[in-house]
Design a protein around this ligand. Structure first.
Ligand code: MTE
Length: 394
């Protein structure tokens, strides 16, 4: 049997990615990581691993890639900045690290398709069948996008900023395109004009470090954007180009995909807006579904994450063992850092003998409470009804 790390390395090789990484930065992938697809590489940690620490170790951090993991030669690598700017830039990796102040931002990243498998159980949905583990938290270090755009002399008519990755993603109708993302300018500057000096406490980063180390190849080496509070798709890995525009990116992953659609027709894709902010969500990570437990007091643990609106936080998490007739408040753990990071929580619950359905729901400070049911959507995005596990109690 292949060692997990070698297995993933082989899997990446099969996708066309490098088998040799000169920086020797292959991600250490934790044993037990659940590989949802190897071509391209998509993996999530077992839920129990998510609640071991506020910060997810890099080797347990979920990986969501639509194409290959590109091999980047750092000597020839350039980050291009163009579009509605007075001074287009071609920055080397060292220039990004040295010409701008480095900022540290703790942020939880979650895929819009997190928990898709539950929606798929109602009516099958194609795409990676994520359980609730397509979410992780890390401390990122990088230059702020605001300062890079300031150096490029961003023009006042700028409304959106596009990000293009260096990967090759297979298109449905043949050929390849790169993965791209895009964010509205307000995310970078608040509602002020882009003067370059208005920054939120958790700015959008062009990040080069994750958990104190250079980004691993699977997490975007050498540079990626980190957009706290937005769905993971806007945190573009292997960043090659930033384009300032007056409209959202035409890239497939902004123009057609990552939208909440009832039917997924081309007309509906055109009509709907891209998803930007995450939604409030929570999941039970311990005990695992199907666990055998002893009757009496048991500890239930999980995560909760507030929708990505500035200033929004988790107000409370509740646990029920009677399908929502009664709820017990969970204890929120100490939030270590970040405005857009999750809360880990625990609750001591007395479980009776039998098969018990344990449910959890979170309420955020805007007053939103996760619903018992959530309407199905064609791509399985933003699923956030009560999370439930059934355990066997003796
Ligand atoms: N960037 C590129 N270039 N290619 C990708 O496939 N996937 C996006 C985003 N950035 C992706 C990308 C999606 S959908 C998510 S959820 C996050 O990366 C996942 O980041 P991670 O793999 O570091 O967890």
């Amino acid at each position: 049997m292949l060692h997990r790390r070698n297995f993933l390395r082989t899997a990446a090789a099969l996708t066309g990615a490098a088998t040799f990484c000169p920086q020797n930065l292959w991600a250490e992938v934790a044993p037990g990581m659940l590989v949802r697809s190897d071509k391209p590489l998509n993996a999530e940690p077992p839920l129990a691993d998510l609640v071991k620490d506020f910060f997810t170790p890099v080797e347990s951090f979920f990986i969501r890639s639509h194409g290959n993991t590109p091999e980047v030669d750092i000597k020839t690598y350039r980050l291009r900045v163009e579009g509605l700017v007075g001074k287009p830039l071609d920055l080397t990796f060292s220039e990004v690290k040295e010409k701008f102040r480095s900022r540290t931002v703790a942020a939880t990243i979650t895929c819009a398709g997190n928990r898709r498998i539950e929606m798929s159980a109602v009516k099958p949905i194609s795409g990676v069948q994520w359980d609730a583990g397509a979410i992780s938290t890390a401390e990122w270090i990088g230059a702020t996008l605001a300062e890079i755009l300031q150096m490029a002399e961003i023009k006042p008519e700028a409304k959106h900023v596009w990000f293009d990755g260096l990967d090759d993603v297979a298109k449905k109708d043949g050929g390849f395109e790169n993965f791209g993302g895009s964010i509205p300018i307000e995310k970078i500057y608040g509602h002020n004009k882009p003067t370059g000096n208005v920054m939120s406490a958790d700015p959008v980063l062009v990040a080069y470090h994750m958990a104190g180390k250079p980004l691993s190849p699977d997490h975007g080496y050498p540079l990626r954007t980190i957009v706290p509070g937005f769905i993971g798709a806007r945190s573009v890995k292997w960043l090659g180009k930033i384009t300032v525009s007056d409209q959202p990116s035409p890239n497939h992953y902004v123009a057609d995909a990552y939208k909440v659609l009832a039917e997924d027709t081309p007309a509906e894709q055109r009509a709907k807006d891209p998803i930007y902010e995450t939604v409030t969500n929570a999941a039970i990570c311990l005990p695992s579904a199907g666990a055998k437990l002893s009757a009496g007091k048991n500890s239930i643990a999980g995560y909760a994450f507030a929708a990505g609106l500035a200033g929004n936080r988790i107000k409370q998490v509740e646990v029920s063992i009677d399908h929502g007739r009664t709820w017990t408040k969970a204890m929120l753990g100490k939030k270590k850092a970040g405005a857009f990071t999750w809360d880990l929580w625990t609750a001591d619950i007395v479980l009776p003998a039998g098969d018990v359905t344990v449910s959890c729901r979170a309420t955020d400070e805007s007053g939103f409470t996760m619903p018992a049911e959530k309407p199905w959507n064609a791509k399985g995005y933003l699923f956030n009804s009560w999370h439930q596990v059934v355990v066997s109690v003796q």
